[in-house]
Design a protein around this ligand. Structure first.
Ligand code: NAD
Ligand code: DAU
Length: 367
């Protein structure tokens, strides 16, 4: 069968597609608007692979989504597509409302139209289904998995317990408010229409192919370029870090065994203050790419804080671990070492992102 992935040219979506096709022969239709964050060059190893089709388009384009669903008959839709950067949402929230809220609504409606036309499993069992239906998804087997964030829960105090799935929603940024709204829409489409949905709320990811506007890749790229390493405020804000491949394995696990209508928090129990992250990156670079004249840490520069900056996120992942047996494969120490090594080994990917040359892939192949 086939799955439809949205936002599969972005950081997490592309890692998901690459991992999926490395482990399975199930085809992937990859619908991505190819915004600044969508980078087809990340998927270069799949060129010519008949199992993968990248379609440039918007999740809010109902006609396109309905056509793709009818044509490819996926057994699941996994929704990664979003505007994802908090700082951008502060400077310009409009796109966040359009894609994360309106786009998710339109996607849900197109998926509901497709899903409601799928065969019931009992018709199939009675042999009443049309010829060739055996390799088509059923209504009961179909899944819509919505990929969301821990930021919907707001900010924790120093001694508060980590976010469980029962924590109230208290989003603080335009980004997190738009993701919270999308989570509520997904929930409502299950309760009202019976759409078989699953939602995951994950903590901060890091790893290969991360766009260098986010903390960890920005620090690596700036350090190597001899630029300042901008730390917001006092640098004591805490984030809970998960290696991106572990997020991808959690999504596969929830897709395979999650209970319908449920949400699952995803995290690796790796809370760290930002300044510690930046110092760790500097230490690894000092070891792997030593520079003349001292440590990269000398480039650390404290800058004005992000407005409304959430102080602490932490994920309680016990539900996912206990119900579905998921565990992350990487510790922060192994994951961050792999990440720094990946950026050192892939200067061309970084250079193309910085120069904008990755956009040429879009113009060349997907215009
Ligand atoms: P990203 O910004 O790297 O990628 C987003 C992708 O979505 C891009 O390829 C972009 O082109 C595409 N896109 C944007 N608008 C679209 C639209 N209207 N239609 C189709 N495609 C569109 O984001 P990411 O970090 O890979 O995050 C993926 C998902 O995971 C998001 O939903 C995000 O909220 C969620 N999430 C991210 C993190 C994290 O730490 N990065 C953690 C938890 C959850
Ligand atoms: O928690 C999950 C979320 O993590 C995802 O939903 C978002 O899509 C993702 O972008 C990420 O949001 P953050 O705002 O936590 O990530 P970011 O990398 O932008 O920042 C991480 C922390 O580092 C945050 O406290 C702000 C700080 N920071 C960030 C940048 C870019 C700095 O101090 N300096 C910087 O230059």
């Amino acid at each position: 069968m086939t799955i439809l992935v949205t936002g599969g040219a972005g950081f997490i979506g592309a890692n998901f597609v690459l991992d999926w096709l490395a482990a399975s022969n199930e085809a992937v239709i990859n619908l991505d608007k190819l915004t600044y964050a969508g980078n087809p060059e990340t998927l270069a190893s799949l060129q010519g692979d008949a199992r993968h089709q990248l379609v440039q388009g918007d999740i809010g384009d109902s006609a396109l989504v309905s056509r793709l669903l009818a044509e490819h008959q996926p057994r699941a839709v996994i929704n990664f597509a979003a505007e994802s950067h908090v700082d951008r949402s502060i400077h310009g929230p409009g796109e966040f409302i359009e894609t994360n809220i309106v786009g998710t609504f339109r996607l849900l409606e197109a998926v509901r139209g497709y899903w409601s036309g799928l065969a019931d499993a009992d018709i199939r069992a009675q042999g009443l289904a049309p010829t060739g239906a055996a390799d088509k998804p059923t209504k009961a087997g179909f899944r819509f998995l919505h990929v969301s964030t821990d930021e919907v829960y707001g900010s924790l105090g120093k001694d508060d317990p980590a976010f469980a799935e029962t924590h109230r929603y208290e989003p603080n940024s335009p980004y997190s408010a738009s993701k919270a709204a999308s989570d509520h829409l997904v929930r409502a489409w299950h309760h009202t229409y019976g759409l078989p949905v699953l939602t995951t709320n994950c903590s901060n990811n890091y790893g290969p192919y991360h766009f260098p506007e986010k903390l960890i890749p920005l620090m690596i790229v700036n350090a190597l370029a001899g630029k300042p390493l901008p730390v917001y405020g006092d640098g004591m804000q805490v984030r809970d870090w998960l290696y991106v491949k572990d997020h991808c394995s959690a999504i596969r696990t929830v897709l395979a065994g999650g209970r319908l209508g449920e949400t699952y928090n995803v995290g690796g129990w790796n809370e760290k203050p930002n300044i510690e992250i930046v110092q760790t990156v500097c230490k690894l670079l000092d070891e792997m790419r030593p520079k003349a004249g001292g440590s990269y840490a000398s480039q650390i520069t404290y800058v004005t804080d992000r407005p409304g900056h959430d102080r602490r996120y932490a994920i309680d992942a016990r539900k996912l671990e206990a119900e579905l047996g998921w565990k992350p494969a990487e510790t922060f120490e192994t994951g961050i070492r792999k990440t720094v090594a990946w950026y050192l080994a892939n200067p061309e990917w970084v250079a193309h992102v910085q120069s904008g040359a990755y956009r040429e892939w879009v113009n060349k192949q997907y215009a």
